[in-house]
Ligand binder design. Sequence first.
Ligand SMILES: Cc1cc2nc3c(=O)[nH]c(=O)nc-3n(C[C@H](O)[C@H](O)[C@H](O)COP(=O)(O)OP(=O)(O)OC[C@H]3O[C@@H](n4cnc5c(N)ncnc54)[C@H](O)[C@@H]3O)c2cc1C
Length: 329
Amino acid sequence: MSTPEIIIIGGGVSGLSCASELATAGRRVQVWTAAPPHQTTSAVAAAFWYPYRVDPIERVGPWAAASYERFATIAGNLALGPTAGVYMREALEVFVERVPDPPWSRYVDMFRHAVPEELPAGYEHGLVFESPVIDMPRYLPWLVAGLERLGVEIVPQARPLDSLAPALERAQVVVNTTGLGARELVGDSRLYAVRGQTLRRERGELSRVIIDEHGPHGISYVIPRGDDVVLGGVADERDEDLELRPEQSAAIFERCARLEPGLVDNKPLGASVGLRPCRDEVRLEQEERDGQLIVHDYGHGGAGVTLSWGCAEEVRDRVQSWLQARRGG
Ligand SMILES: Cc1cc2nc3c(=O)[nH]c(=O)nc-3n(C[C@H](O)[C@H](O)[C@H](O)COP(=O)(O)OP(=O)(O)OC[C@H]3O[C@@H](n4cnc5c(N)ncnc54)[C@H](O)[C@@H]3O)c2cc1C
């Protein structure tokens, strides 16, 4: 490929979405990544559209709304949705007491309060809405195939970069989408891990997402994807142990089966652990160094998929404005 104008560091959902936006805008883009897409945190994401453990609210809202639109468009295209692994599913969020409607309720379709017959035992209140569900083992390869068609090269790195310097030597613009890796890459001590663990079972007939974010034992969710259903969850602050914990698997299953009793008939398929890249606020900002542009886009916590397209659109707009201002095009 010809010399890239833009190098994106990171091959998770953030990096691939940014690459897609910039290449679609006609830019020459390369993605440099230590881990291939299927071995990133993004590959472990459950993943449904839901702004979880992410701030600041005033920026998260528009990013989440833009992503919702994009996922709904992909899912609505019958030729595309199943190939991409994106589905619109009815979601039910349950509460033990009445709560005000969340700020994101205005971004989602079909939002309403649940009627009592819809609620599992022990719950008093529920929100029903349509939520994109993203089957990451299908979605990430679909994004990669789209990038190949756009001429984007994904360049594996033998080990994580120690600094941005090698990328800045090759391209005028560098986009940093390294998730938790930004702690070392750019010395960001505001990033920390929140460990998650999920189970997978056969999907059977299940098609409704159920979430209990505020239960006494942490978040619980049941997410029917394409062929499987993902059960969670765990949110262990500043815990970076990637080993599976069997006692957590048992507790997740017990909580989820209370939300969705039909699960007990579905065959277990496996379990995963991942580290959410949390930060007091998402870092989406730019800096100029010696006439070059660096855009940072990381720290999306438990909502990197939920925010992926909205953040990628902002990255694209920032890069485009900067390049156009410098060389009129
Ligand atoms: C159990 C679990 C469930 C989740 N569920 C959901 C959900 O339902 N919905 C949702 O929206 N989000 C969910 N998340 C959160 C989501 O997974 C993350 O927010 C998202 O994956 C972050 O994506 P990213 O591309 O920014 O980072 P990552 O996926 O971590 O990708 C970072 C990339 O940068 C590369 N990299 C890092 N450092 C360097 C370096 N120095 N040099 C070169 N390359 C480098 C890595 O190799 C990798 O390719 C979940 C997370 C977990 C753990």
